[in-house]
Design a protein around this ligand. Sequence first.
Ligand SMILES: Nc1ncnc2c1ncn2[C@@H]1O[C@H](COP(=O)(O)OP(=O)(O)OP(=O)(O)O)[C@@H](O)[C@H]1O
Ligand SMILES: [Mg+2]
Length: 236
Amino acid sequence: MPYVIAVANQKGGCGKTTISVNLAACFGRAGYKVLLVDADPQASAMQWRNNREESGLPFHIQPYPFPTIHKELPTQFEQAGYDVVLIDCPPGAATGGDRKADITRSALLASHAVLMPVRPTPLDYQAAAIILPLLQDVSFLRQDAPLKVLLVINGKLPGNTRLGGEAHAAAEAIFTAEGMPITVLRSEICSRQTFAEAPAVGQAVVDYAPSSKASAEIQQLAKEVLECLNRATAGA
Ligand SMILES: Nc1ncnc2c1ncn2[C@@H]1O[C@H](COP(=O)(O)OP(=O)(O)OP(=O)(O)O)[C@@H](O)[C@H]1O
Ligand SMILES: [Mg+2]
């Protein structure tokens, strides 16, 4: 059974696709068999892949912008022998009844964990918290297999900025106040040109600029995500 990780946050432009594609590439280069499901009708991950004639991405990618992920895909994930599946969710997942919200809800129901990229500003933490009712709804439906909620700060200015320093505590406080157990990851992704350049050539930063800081940051994130999931499945 693969680890399934939904990358979600209803806030547009917080880095869901950037983190999904780059994380999938890290896992792929580390030897895992990886699938990235592009669940966003905007198909940005597919566009990234298509920016190069022959895929420069070390994982499979499948478009599936439908709210039936949890019903249709898990058997396929298992039969194909994937080790890790990432689902790049669309923005706008605040409430049910909207197609994009339904896609994200379906992705969460199919996942062991949700990874939420959040930009390090107070307004972005508050916007991220809009997903809480959806997380609570999904958690209620699957009490036997709790959804692990991981939050990663994306787009921090390099260096020790005040907003960066406050990011962890602020993000943790907002979610914990709503009774949602959350792990704010120690790994942080800074705002770096390399992350913005790599999609244009259809590559992930681990291949586009292997010795860059961007590559080191995303590899650190991949390592920490796996550690968290191993702990979650061990019941801790
Ligand atoms: N750490 C980063 N450093 C530099 N640029 C970044 C970083 N993260 C994201 N970006 C840029 O910010 C923009 C939005 O990122 P991305 O498309 O990953 O967000 P998203 O959450 O998937 O957006 P949407 O909600 O529209 O799907 C892109 O141009 C991307 O290259
Ligand atoms: Mg996106």
